[in-house]
Design a protein. Structure first.
Length: 255
């Protein structure tokens, strides 16, 4: 075969190879970076909703990665232990009972978005935001701050700053879960969250409400622990299912 014949054939084969490689690259799905952000309901891993959610997402056969600035205790863990859950933290700003235990004297999530722990430096694609309950219990500014009335404004401000830092991220906003013994706990706060989420949707943001109050079939005698607030294993599993269903809907995932 002459050189004149060989070169066009080699050129054709090279072009074909590159096309196949580009096709494979295009077909390879991107890893979805998921960051759970919140308080003790996010931090908990015994079992915690993150454990259940990890295994649920694995069943979908999609590439995902939990990211965060914290990690569960070392050992033979059978799930991705990264998260940004801080037990006792409030939404922020403002004084919190957890300030004295925080290295920067800021026991709230808002401060740590891009300072302190630098929560958002992991650049998540999706944020599972579950925060607000400690504004009712660990707020040290009770004279000036009523979370039932203006707590949702602080949540709105937190979401605003998340989008200021990461405008393309998807934020899944949970409302506050039930409190056994107080049927109307945080009702006024929760009632405002849907409007907040809708506002960011109108701005073109990817923002969704995950209704953990009425969207979960709670059995409060079984699903909440002895402190009447923190879920048991069955309660955390229900939280995970709710988050998983929302993720499936957003990313058009199927089993």
């Amino acid at each position: 075969m002459s050189n004149k014949t060989r070169f066009p054939i080699l050129s054709f084969l090279f072009t074909l190879l590159m096309c196949q490689m580009n096709f494979l690259i295009a077909e390879e799905p991107d890893t979805i970076r998921i960051m759970p952000i919140g308080d003790s309901l996010t931090q908990s891993n015994e079992p915690g909703y993150r454990v259940y959610l990890y295994h649920m997402l694995q069943q979908l056969n999609i590439p995902f990665d939990f990211v965060g600035v914290k990690h569960d205790k070392e050992g033979e863990q059978e799930y991705d232990t990264d998260h940004s859950g801080f037990a006792g933290y409030t939404i922020g700003p403002g004084p919190s009972l957890l300030d004295e235990y925080d290295e920067w004297q800021q026991g709230n999530i808002l401060y740590h978005l891009d300072k302190g722990h630098h929560i958002l430096f992991s650049n998540p694609d999706v944020i599972l935001l579950m925060i607000g309950v400690n504004d009712f219990f660990n707020n040290r500014d009770t004279a000036c701050y009523n979370p039932s009335v203006v707590g949702a404004e602080r949540l709105d401000n937190l979401i605003y700053h998340i989008y200021r830092i990461l405008p393309e991220t998807s934020v899944l906003v949970s409302n506050i879960t039930p409190l056994r013994g107080n049927e109307h706990f945080a009702d006024l706060y929760n009632s405002q969250i849907e409007n907040i989420v809708s506002k960011y949707q109108r701005q073109g943001r990817i923002c969704h409400l995950v209704d953990m109050r009425n969207g979960v079939n709670w059995d409060l005698e079984i699903d909440l622990g002895p402190d009447n607030l923190h879920p048991t294993a069955s309660g955390y599993q229900k939280i995970a299912i709710n988050f998983c269903e929302k993720l499936k809907a957003i990313f058009s995932l199927s089993e």
